[in-house]
Design a protein around this ligand. Structure first.
Ligand code: NDP
Length: 253
């Protein structure tokens, strides 16, 4: 293997991907597996994860709700004790709820914040305790162009994704000197179940193509390169950063 290849090689590493039953999480799990990692698939729906496991040879399942701090701690501790080290965490689970802010239901606000940002604390803290003891680990959180830019009807999502980028900086501040690299990937617009309301609306697609320098939707496989980079030795001195994979959207007005 050339030096260039070994920098990105994940053989012998184990990666936990949250919300891995479909969409971006599943694509990233497949991508990390293609770089040699053993995969641990998380989600709430065991059936969906079983189906995903069919696509990733040898993957383990870790079913828990990422909004549940105690469950995350318990399941990650149990997995580490029974199966071994989790070297890489991808905090991908997330939800969207659309309503104008003056009409936004309080329970939906809570669920967006719990699922998109409290989850990053819950899962990262549980995994980092083991990583710190080993003096190494990689935490990759999925932010969004909404970490930087607002749009109508998604203010709580925007708040949560801004917090993902900032929590990433905070993780680096606390954990970089303990051997961890904590970074985020901020996708632009990708056609997944989360975005069905947008992708089925021709007016939105027209707006998106005009607003995005690349002039199209992203394809979920296009997030894999950044994820392998941040999961591998290639990023050993990269910490607290958010990498935008958005076809140029946030570089332009
Ligand atoms: P999907 O809606 O397709 O998938 C979301 C996944 O998260 C599902 O597998 C779901 O699994 C899981 N999930 C939701 N809540 C929980 C929970 N409480 N505990 C565990 N798992 C949970 O979304 P995408 O693939 O589009 O999005 C993935 C991530 O990327 C999200 O964080 C999203 O905000 C972010 N993102 C997406 C963009 C896009 O264009 N699609 C753009 C920018 C960011 P289940 O319900 O089965 O438990």
């Amino acid at each position: 293997m050339s030096q260039q290849q070994s920098l990105f090689d994940l053989t012998g590493k184990r990666a936990l991907v949250t919300g891995a039953g479909r969409g971006i999480g599943l694509a990233l799990a497949e991508g990390l597996a293609s770089a040699g990692a053993q995969i641990v698939l998380n989600g709430r729906a065991a059936g969906r994860l079983e189906a995903a496991r069919g696509q990733i040879e040898g993957a383990d399942l870790l079913v828990f709700d990422v909004t549940d701090h105690d469950a995350a701690r318990r399941e990650i501790d149990r997995y580490e004790a029974e199966r071994g080290a989790i070297d890489i965490v991808v905090n991908n689970a997330g939800i969207q709820h659309r309503a104008r802010l003056d009409q936004f239901p309080q329970d939906a606000f809570q669920s967006v914040l719990q699922t998109n940002i409290a989850s990053v604390f819950n899962v990262s803290q549980a995994a980092a305790r083991h990583m710190i003891a080993r003096g190494r680990g990689k935490i990759i959180s999925i932010a969004s162009v909404a970490s930087l830019l607002a749009r109508p009807t998604v203010a709580p999502y925007t708040a949560s994704k801004g917090a993902v980028s900032n929590l990433t900086k905070g993780m680096a501040a606390d954990w970089a000197r303990l051997g961890l690299q904590c970074n985020a990937i901020a996708p632009g617009y990708f056609e997944t179940e989360m975005n069905e309301a947008l992708s089925s609306d021709p007016a939105f697609t027209e707006w998106l193509f005009a607003r995005t320098p690349a002039g199209r939707w992203g394809r979920v496989e296009e997030l894999i390169g950044a994820c392998i980079f941040l999961a591998s030795d290639a990023s050993s001195f990269v910490n607290g950063q958010t990498i935008y994979v958005d076809g140029g959207m946030t570089a332009t007005v």
